[in-house]
Design a protein around this ligand. Structure first.
Ligand SMILES: [Cu+2]
Length: 138
């Protein structure tokens, strides 16, 4: 009787845990096809007209399933009223299996529009598998 109660509690708490984990990943940071939740931590910035640095970590959206990360591309992207454009090239260093240090992230200021960080998961032939656009607030 006691054991049965413990088992029930364990199942209940693991269900709550996975539901919470999913809810914590905002839609602008989740790639459901890839089972990825992107986490961006700024080491420096974000500031306009300066080189910024961030650590980008890919976590499993569903913790009991594998991350489908193929080729990961990370870059700043600006959306303006009539067109969109990138910035200077970034430097990406792989720190771990699903962890990247991104240096030289440059956001030009003085323009009408807003900056995004785009994280793309590419197929082996460089076509787009899935992407997220994270809005940068200064
Ligand atoms: Cu612009």
């Amino acid at each position: 009787m006691y054991l049965k109660l413990v088992a029930t509690l364990l199942i209940a708490s693991s269900t709550i845990f996975s539901a919470t984990a999913k809810a914590e990943c905002s839609s602008e940071l989740s790639m459901p096809k890839s089972n990825i939740c992107v986490e961006i931590q700024w080491n420096y910035g974000p500031y306009l007209n300066q080189y910024n640095e961030a650590i980008v970590t890919l976590n499993a959206l569903q913790s009991d399933q594998e991350i489908k990360a193929q080729k990961i591309s990370i870059f700043p992207w600006m959306v303006m009223p009539n067109h969109q454009h990138g910035s200077r090239p970034v430097l990406i260093q792989k720190l771990g299996d699903h962890e990247y240090k991104v240096e030289k992230i440059y956001f030009m200021g003085g323009m009408m529009g807003y900056w995004l960080i785009k994280v793309q998961n590419l197929n082996s032939d460089n076509t787009l598998f899935e992407e997220v656009s994270y809005r940068v607030n200064f």
